[in-house]
Design a binder for this molecule. Structure first.
Ligand code: F6P
Length: 363
């Protein structure tokens, strides 16, 4: 067992779920409980659990070592991707700053540090809470969008890409059988990482991402050129944040009143049908990319981040986020993470790869 003063650490998941969160929870518990002999207090429902009195918590011990958790999608702790405590929407419509309540909830638990597994939005909120409430905080990056700065991969991204590739594998034979253009719309918020990676790995002919403005006629020409060469079907991937030809983002209104990206695939499908005469069909992958069994890379990443997060706490470090860089786990300052955004690099390797493969990027 590693030597260190006995600690009691809090652990929560925050923001949209993804595959690999449970693997990260397991790794934190393995290292903290088995490695250091500490206590791990799981906080339920992200920061919302700290607004409750008493706070919603459970001690994480052997339950986590069932042999199953590593393989499970979602998060056993629950999570929220709304309800920013600095601008909390109250039932009467008022927006209230409830950050002091969250901080009180944390201190009520007599914790020595907080580890949170979250995306870029969560990192911003949690680092602000940590500053305000003097909370020793360590972040583990997760998001299918892969848009957290400084890390090549966030937990959940590789599973989402694999799921999108599997969808393309399934769409290809039906596209070929019916001579259709199959459009797969994928999540990713403002970044095109899922779309670009999936398009390369899944053999798409067209890939539209928000980072590269497109000309719809060029996309139509790419499909018509394929036809001239005797390829009468095509696969196209488009990221949810791709804009319409008029430069408008496409939103869907949800039952909770929130607006989220969604629907661009159908708009493009209609336009491409008009321009090429091809039969188009659209599949919106949606939350399917978020769930499911984490692929090996996500389990490995989550495990490495979890172990190192606990080690950082043992070293008395705070305000750091784990990152994956050049096959290594490193830690980076949160204050820098939260001021940057990681979009697809338009001059990067993957865009060049896509172009080299002849994938039309619409420009
Ligand atoms: O940030 C992760 C993500 O899945 C985005 O890719 C997507 O736009 C959004 O969350 C969907 O949010 P919700 O789960 O609230 O529908």
């Amino acid at each position: 067992m590693a030597k260190s003063e006995k600690k009691r650490i809090g652990l929560l998941t925050s923001g949209g779920d993804c595959a690999g969160l449970n693997a990260a929870i397991r790794a934190v518990v393995c290292r903290a409980v088995n490695g250091y002999g500490w206590e791990v207090i799981g906080i339920r429902e992200g920061t919302a659990g700290l607004l409750e009195r008493p706070p919603l918590v459970e001690e994480l011990g052997m339950r986590v070592f069932t042999g199953n958790i590593l393989r499970m999608g979602g998060t056993i702790l629950g999570t929220v991707n709304k309800g920013n405590p600095f601008a909390y929407p109250m039932p009467d419509g008022e927006v209230k700053d409830r950050s002091d309540e969250v901080i009180e909830g944390y201190h009520e638990l007599k914790l020595d540090a907080l580890i949170a597994i979250g995306g870029d939005g969560s990192m911003k909120i949690l680092s602000r809470l940590a500053q305000k409430g003097d909370i020793p905080f360590i972040g583990i990056p997760k998001t299918i969008d892969n848009d957290v700065a400084f890390t090549e991969f966030s937990v959940g991204f590789n599973t989402a890409v694999s799921t999108a590739v599997e969808a393309l594998d399934r769409l290809q034979p039906t596209a070929a059988s019916h001579h259709r253009v199959m459009i797969l719309e994928v999540m990713g918020r403002d970044a095109g990482h899922i779309a670009l990676n999936a398009a390369i790995a899944g053999g798409a002919n067209v890939c539209l991402i928000p980072e590269i403005p497109y000309d719809i006629q060029k996309v139509a020409d790419a499909i018509l050129n394929l036809r001239k060469k005797g390829r009468v079907h095509a696969l196209m991937v488009c990221a949810e944040a791709v804009k319409t030809v008029d430069g408008e983002a496409v939103w869907e209104s949800h039952v909770d009143g929130e607006m989220r990206y969604g629907g661009i695939g159908h708009i493009l499908g209609e336009q491409l049908h008009k321009l090429t005469g091809a039969e188009t069909r659209v599949t919106v992958l949606g939350h399917v990319a978020r769930g499911g069994i984490p692929v090996a890379m996500d389990r490995m990443l989550a495990s490495a981040f979890g172990v190192h997060a606990v080690d950082l706490v043992a070293q008395g470090r705070r305000d750091r986020m784990l990152a994956w860089q050049h096959r290594d786990v490193v830690d980076v300052p949160l204050e820098e993470v939260i001021t940057r955004y990681r979009a697809v690099e338009v001059s990067g390797t993957l865009v060049a790869t896509a172009r080299g493969l002849g994938i039309c990027l619409g420009d």
